[in-house]
Each structure stands twice: as C-alpha cells, then as structure tokens.
Design a protein around this ligand. Structure first.
Ligand code: ADP
Ligand code: MG
Length: 388
C-alpha cells in the first residue's frame, strides 16, 4: 500500500513525503464495558491506513483520498469540519492539535488503506491516528501516543458525530505484533498479552446488516448501567461504576435490582471478569478455555444485554456447531456488524463455505469474510527526503 500512496503524492505535489501508518483493530472480548470504565481486549490488525504528508509553505492544506479518488483543500484559519466527509477526520485532528497549542502549518497529504469501511475494524480510528502520527512526525511535535488516541476519540465525538470509546484509537496507536491489549478503560492504560493462536486463525464474518435500533439501544443500555450504579451504591460503598462490583456479589446484586436492570448489570460485571479470564487463558495458551469465554460473552450480550440480532445469533450459533471452530461471538456494539471467529487455519475454506451457504439460505445475504492477523500499532514508516 505504501507505494501507490508515495507515487501519488510525488505525482501530485512533486516532493518526497513522510509516511505514517495506523492499523484497524479487532476486539477479542469485552463488549459494552468501556462506558462503565471496564476492561476490553483489543488488538491491532495488519490492515490499516497509510498517510503521506509534507509541508507546503501555505496557509492551506491540500488533501487527496486515494480510495475515494477525491481531492479537498481547506484553509487553516477557517476550519469547518463537516460531518460525513472524509476530510473531516483531517480537519478534526488539525483543529484539536491547534487548540492544544501545537501550531500546525500548511501541508499536503495523500492517504489510503485496505480496511473495509464500516465492517467493524474501525477504519475511522485508524485514519485519525494515522493523521495524528503523520502531523506529529512532520512538525516534530513528539505527541505521546495516548494523546493522539485521545484526540482521535475527541475528533470523532466533536466532528464526525460518533460517540465512540477510547478503545479504537488506543488499539490503533498502541497495538503490537502478536499481542492483544488488556485495556483498562478507567486509567486508559494497558498490559500487553501474547496472543498466539497456533494452528488457528482469526476471521471476521460480516453479517452485512445494521439494524436501526443501535443508537437508541446504546443510550438505553448506558442509562440502565448508570441507574444500577445509583441503586447499588447505597449497598456497595465506594463503587463508581459496575466494574467495581465482583461477580461473587452477583446474588446480592440480583436482590437489589429490578428484573429489567439486573441482567444488564450482570452482563457488565461478568464481561469484565471474562476479559481477565480470557487474558489469563491466552497467557497459558489455553485456547479451548479462550473459545468458551467467547461463547459465554456472546450469550451474555445476546440474552442478558440484548444487543445482538437474529443474524449475529445465527452466525455465532452456526460457528459453535463446527468442530474446527474454537470460539465465536458478535464483535462490536451489536445489532449487526461482524462476528469474530477462531478457526483451524487448514479448515478456513470449509468454514467459509458452510457459513456462507447457511447464512444466505436463511437471510438471503452472502456474508463477507475478513481474515485478520494481529499486527503492529501506529508508526512513522518513512521520513521525508527533503522539506520545503
Ligand atoms: P468504521 O467502522 O470503519 O470506523 P465509520 O463509519 O466510523 O466506519 O468511518 C468510516 C469513515 O471514515 C468513512 O466514511 C470515511 O469518511 C473515513 N474513512 C475510513 N477509511 C478511509 C479511507 N481509506 N479513505 C478515506 N476515508 C476513509
Ligand atoms: Mg468508526
């Protein structure tokens, strides 16, 4: 990918750029836990975004998106990020960096990548992190990775209009080859856990559906968790979120919450615990336990948290029936998107054909399969040969 971006940059702007890279991400386990300051377990993938950048000595920034085959120019003194346009991700990062006191001057930029957009790999976070890394490198700002991740998150909130958690840009910034990140969404710190799958490979199955209840349901779930914390705090002094309650106290939690609130709280509490168990299983190389935890996570998201949908349930259940599959669960916010599956590498083709024919027979949709390998986080791949 680096070559077409570099060549396009040279053709358009006739100079030699700095090149940055930032990856997409998967989440092995730990869903809907981030907004209760819980634990998630993401990893960077090899697919990503490459950004070529060079100073242009102007007060404007000239951009070219290789994948959209579109150009866009904006003036630095009249920044107006527009929701829905790819250039918003550049303007958003520039606006936030300027606000933070980094003085970004005019630049030219070309970027493109190989993350399927809207498929659950978080192309938008990769884009923001690649842009932040490129600008930081070009102007010598030396912005810490965590700040780049936080600016990426804030840019999505303020300019793209997406209320995402820290996980996506964090994993893109901090990912490491062969490692998953046990990320604490309270302290925004992580522990690297070796994620080696031996004869097995990770593959996403994209259901290709997105049900419209996702946004309302998301807000309702957040509110349900906050309400549970309010009700439980009288009985569990010192708790700030549901993450602070150990699963050993589940019976007490059940007696204190309504039949509606309890299963939601139960998901949060058990899912945080499953993240730790999954990390421990990977440390020990216990893949079958890891797979059981993926299944338990799916069942909890589907039955207790009620954020799955018939398509995701079908995909996960079909995978559980296949002996060559160690684990499968919905990945992401739910109501559509992907499942993540750990499948025997030599049996991937058979897996794809069985899932594809069953899913298309049931829903009339041919699913997409996205093989993923755990790769490195954001970095600068190439310094510019000359500067203006
Ligand atoms: P995802 O789940 O992949 O993050 P989003 O809807 O959050 O999906 O973000 C997708 C948006 O990010 C695209 O509509 C586009 O504006 C921007 N984007 C992502 N990848 C690219 C790319 N390779 N080139 C240009 N813009 C991109
Ligand atoms: Mg996104």
């Amino acid at each position: 990918m680096i070559n077409p971006i570099q060549t396009t940059f040279r053709n358009l702007f006739e100079s030699s750029p700095l090149i940055s890279f930032a990856p997409g991400r998967i989440n092995l386990i730990g869903e809907h836990t981030d907004y209760q300051e819980g634990f998630v377990f993401p990893a960077a993938v090899k697919q990503g975004i490459w950004v070529a950048i060079q100073k242009n000595g102007l007060k404007s920034c000239r951009l070219y998106s290789l994948d959209f085959d579109q150009e866009f120019t904006f003036e630095l003194d009249t920044l107006s990020p527009k929701k829905g346009h790819w250039a918003t991700y550049v303007m958003g990062m520039v606006a936030l960096l300027n606000q933070a006191g980094y003085s970004v001057s005019g630049f030219d930029m070309v970027f493109g990548g190989n993350i399927p957009v809207g498929s659950g790999l978080s192309s938008s976070a990769a884009l923001s992190v690649a842009i932040g890394t490129a600008i930081s490198g070009l102007f010598g700002f030396e912005i810490p990775k965590k700040s780049i991740a936080l600016y990426g998150q804030k840019s999505e909130h303020l300019f793209a209009g997406v209320k995402c958690g820290i996980m996506d840009p964090y994993a893109s910034a901090f990912g490491a080859k062969g490692k998953a990140l046990l990320l604490d969404c309270r302290s925004n710190t992580h522990e690297e856990i070796p994620a080696e799958f031996g004869d097995y490979s990770l593959i996403l199955v994209n259901s290709k559906v997105k049900h419209s209840l996702a946004d309302t349901a998301y807000n309702k779930r957040r509110e349900a968790c906050e309400e549970s914390v309010r009700l439980l705090s009288a009985h569990f002094p010192g708790i700030v979120t549901l993450r602070d309650i150990p699963s050993a106290d589940m019976e007490k939690v059940e007696t204190l919450l309504s039949a509606e609130l309890y299963p939601k709280a139960k998901h949060l509490i058990t899912e945080c615990e499953r993240v730790h168990e999954a990390a421990a299983a990977l440390k020990l190389g216990n893949l079958s336990l890891f797979g059981e935890l993926l299944k338990a996570s799916h069942l909890s998201l589907s039955k207790d948290y009620e954020v799955s949908c018939p398509e995701l349930d079908f995909l996960a259940e079909k995978s559980w029936e296949i002996t060559d599959v160690i684990g499968s669960r919905m990945m992401g916010g739910g109501f559509g998107g992907c499942t993540i599956n750990l499948v025997k590498s030599s049996r991937i083709m058979d897996f794809e054909s069985r899932i594809s024919s069953a899913y298309s027979a049931r829903f009339g949709i041919v699913p997409d399969f996205i093989p993923v390998q755990i790769g490195s986080g954001a970095s600068i791949l190439k310094e510019p040969a000359d500067t203006k």
